[in-house]
Design a protein around this ligand. Structure first.
Ligand SMILES: C[S@@+](CC[C@H](N)C(=O)[O-])C[C@H]1O[C@@H](n2cnc3c(N)ncnc32)[C@H](O)[C@@H]1O
Length: 251
């Protein structure tokens, strides 16, 4: 506590630190109030509330700061390598969020079929109104428990970071029972000796996870695309796995 206050004084000065101490109870109350949606009874209601209130607080995308055009620049430029190398013509992108960066990617890279899936009905309705065409469609889908449609690849970006351990495990079982061969999924590789280790949360909340560490113990990926790390918590990657690699670790 003392160390925290000293650090604050060094960083912000005496006056700002004093203000922070005085207003701490009020700011804590506001923080708790903002997170009231976590008391909603199911994941669909929680993510719908996140969508309706723009909880992730980004002007460009309701899917949050990780979904902007700028932050996805490297991903968009490297994704064609994966598609070519693994002969991928059809993609399930779930969750698709508001399709903010993917719309740019698909404008330059034509697929036989793209299905965007998300648990929030309003997102799906809007995406279909704006972007649906012969090759592109959007469906309401809960990736934890609903059947996943046939595709060569599933992209699951910035999603497991919002799931409890139990829901991550159920999603992995669901994926392994699906007809989809490859999974491209967000992973934070924690730095050696860093303070970070995996922890459980309520679905709808947020923390970063390292899929190679306990309790997930994923094997080495087939392919990896480094992303920009907007939170500076470790290096962020989209990692590619074959279903056969994951079947043996699901629990
Ligand atoms: C941070 S956004 C990421 C969206 C997208 N992958 C991207 O890169 O822009 C997370 C999304 O996951 C969706 N979501 C949460 N739980 C889900 C579930 N069980 N099934 C499908 N979508 C889910 C949310 O509604 C939200 O749109």
């Amino acid at each position: 506590m003392i160390k925290k206050i000293t650090n604050n004084i060094t960083k912000y000065g005496y006056f700002e630190t004093l203000k922070k101490i005085i207003f701490y109870p009020y700011n804590f109350y506001l923080y708790k109030k903002k997170r009231n949606f976590l008391n909603l009874k199911n994941a669909k209601d929680r993510f719908t509330e996140i969508y309706k209130t723009n909880y992730w607080n980004n002007e460009e995308s309701v899917s949050g700061p990780g979904s902007t055009i700028e932050i996805t620049e490297n991903l968009r430029s490297k994704l064609p390598i994966v598609l070519k190398k693994y002969n991928i013509n059809t993609i399930l992108d779930a969750p698709c969020g508001d399709f903010n960066w993917m719309k740019l990617f698909l404008a330059d890279n034509k697929l036989t079929k793209y299905i965007g899936g998300d648990i929030v009905p309003e997102i799906i309705k809007k995406n279909n109104q704006l972007y649906k065409n012969n090759a592109v469609t959007f469906v309401e889908l809960d990736i934890i428990k609903e059947s996943l449609p046939e595709c060569d690849l599933m992209i699951c970006r910035d999603c497991l970071i919002h799931f409890s351990y139990k829901d991550i495990s159920n999603f992995l079982k669901n994926f392994c029972n699906s007809p989809i061969k490859y999974l491209l999924v967000t992973n934070f590789r924690f730095k050696n000796n860093s303070h970070s280790s995996n922890r459980d949360i309520i679905t709808g909340d947020h923390r970063v996870i390292d899929l190679m560490a306990k309790p997930f113990n994923f094997p080495s990926p087939l392919f990896s695309i480094k992303e920009k790390d907007e939170q500076n918590l470790g290096s962020v990657h989209m990692e590619l796995f074959d279903k056969s690699q994951l079947s043996s670790i699901k629990n």
